[in-house]
Design a protein around this ligand. Structure first.
Ligand code: TRP
Length: 429
């Protein structure tokens, strides 16, 4: 059976918490042990620089995240485990993609748009406090993924758009320079729990409601003591529905344990006792990992060596690929074999307007110009006919059809660069 290559990055901007463990580390480590998969896991420290300008925090987080994944059973002999900044080919590929991706695509990236919307709402300059790194975030991520020809990218829902953009970059590059890249797919883990935090909202650094994965026993107990509950007295039946305490327990317990815990709720267990049970259940799973974590944290040099060995494995693929790509785009030695320049016109370039279906079940269309650059991207339609009608209108009426569409599709999702759309429509075969 052919192996499937999984790849995912973890931004080195904080200390791993129980939500990261349940939602990402535990399922990823399990998945990496399967026999027909190849896994690439890396510390996205270039991405971390976008939002963190405290060098000590970047370094500390890199160490903590690496130690956490290793302590939780990631086997560096079986997976390729590396640090993004040890792979200089990644920023080089980022530049190549920057030159084939339309700027309008990045204007529509969620994270950038959210920053712009916030500024606009506050009456500030739209780009106030937005660094170019934030704008380029999806391009760097595309390079991370396509560099290693990953098939599947396990990510949270908020990252789906980035995977779509990675596909666009790969498709544009392939169209222009030959088939070099596999187009990746997002994998959304619907069956792993998103863990509630201390206040009942999703456990997240940005809500400051987390329980550090490797808090000491004492600290863990104390934090669990602080999980919000209602004010029902001991003896009063308690609802499991909407109970953060219950949901966290469930993420650690098996079915029988969960059923017993639900029964205790119905029978009116005191909140203090329920918290004690939760604490013991989590600690049972985490304690052995915590010991490994402490041992690893005491030997940062060992982790450094593991990451460098991982980088060597990753570069064994990245370096030759980059050599091929440099040649493909024309960054070539001049010594011998300089080719005659063939003009674009002589290549009889054609644009493409295609309709396709995505994993979300919706129907989309997009227009790539003759260079393979995406110039128009629709939002999702519920049926193929709706998408097809708009394609027909574009073919028949040209760019003027866009005006009619703006009312029906999300205007923001339609390329605003009408000149580019008009040119590409003129190049359709
Ligand atoms: N953007 C991802 C996150 O915030 C981290 C990341 C960077 C990533 N590069 C990646 C994830 C490549 C998957 C693949 O979660």
């Amino acid at each position: 059976m052919a192996t499937t290559r999984f790849l995912t990055g973890i931004t080195t901007s904080g200390t791993p918490h129980l939500g990261n463990y349940v939602g990402s580390i535990r399922p990823s480590v399990r998945a990496s042990l399967a026999s027909n998969v190849e896994s690439f896991y890396f510390l996205a420290d270039y991405h971390a620089l976008i939002k963190i300008d405290e060098p000590a925090r970047i370094q500390r987080s890199t160490l903590e995240i690496a130690a956490s994944w290793l302590a939780c059973g990631l086997d560096p002999a079986k997976v390729v485990f590396y640090r993004q900044s040890d792979i200089p080919e990644i920023p080089e590929l980022t530049w190549f993609f920057s030159c084939v991706l339309g700027k309008g695509v990045l204007n529509r990236a969620h994270a950038y748009k959210a920053a712009v919307d916030k500024n606009t709402a506050a009456g500030n300059d739209p780009d106030a406090d937005v660094n170019v790194g934030l704008f380029m975030y999806p391009v760097l991520m595309g390079a991370d993924i396509l560099m290693f020809n990953a098939h599947k990218v396990p990510v949270g829902r908020d990252q789906i758009q980035h995977i779509e953009m990675a596909r666009d970059m790969g498709a544009s590059f392939n169209h222009l320079y030959g088939e070099h890249f596999v187009l990746p797919e997002a994998v959304i883990e619907d069956n792993v729990a998103t863990l509630p935090g201390l206040d009942g909202r999703k456990m997240s650094k940005s809500y400051d409601n987390t329980i550090p994965l490797f808090a000491s026993r004492e600290q863990l107990k104390k934090l669990i003591g602080g999980i919000v509950t209602d004010s029902k007295a001991p003896g009063e039946p308690k609802s499991t529905e909407g109970s953060a305490l219950f949901q966290i327990y469930q993420a650690f317990a098996d079915e029988a344990e969960t059923a017993a815990f639900a029964k205790a709720f119905a029978e009116g267990i005191a909140w203090g006792d329920a918290k004690q049970m939760l604490f013991e259940r989590i600690d049972r799973e985490i304690a052995p990992l915590r010991d490994k974590y402490q041992a690893l944290m005491a030997e940062p040099q060992r982790i450094e060596e593991i990451l460098l060995a991982g980088a060597a494995k990753a570069r064994a693929q990245a370096t030759p690929l980059m050599r091929t790509l440099r040649h493909a785009v024309g960054l070539r030695p001049l010594g011998a074999g300089v080719q005659e320049a063939v003009t674009k016109a002589a290549k009889a370039a054609t644009a493409t307007l295609k309709q396709y279906r995505e994993k979300d079940g919706k129907f989309y269309f997009k227009l790539l110009n003759a260079e393979g650059v995406l110039v128009l991207q629709s939002t999702g339609f519920d049926n193929p006919k709706a998408a097809g009608q708009r394609i027909a209108a574009l073919r028949a009426e040209g760019v003027s059809a866009l005006a009619g569409m703006a009312a029906q599709v999300d205007v923001a999702a339609v390329a605003v660069n009408e000149a580019a759309v008009a040119e590409a429509l003129g190049q359709l075969g």
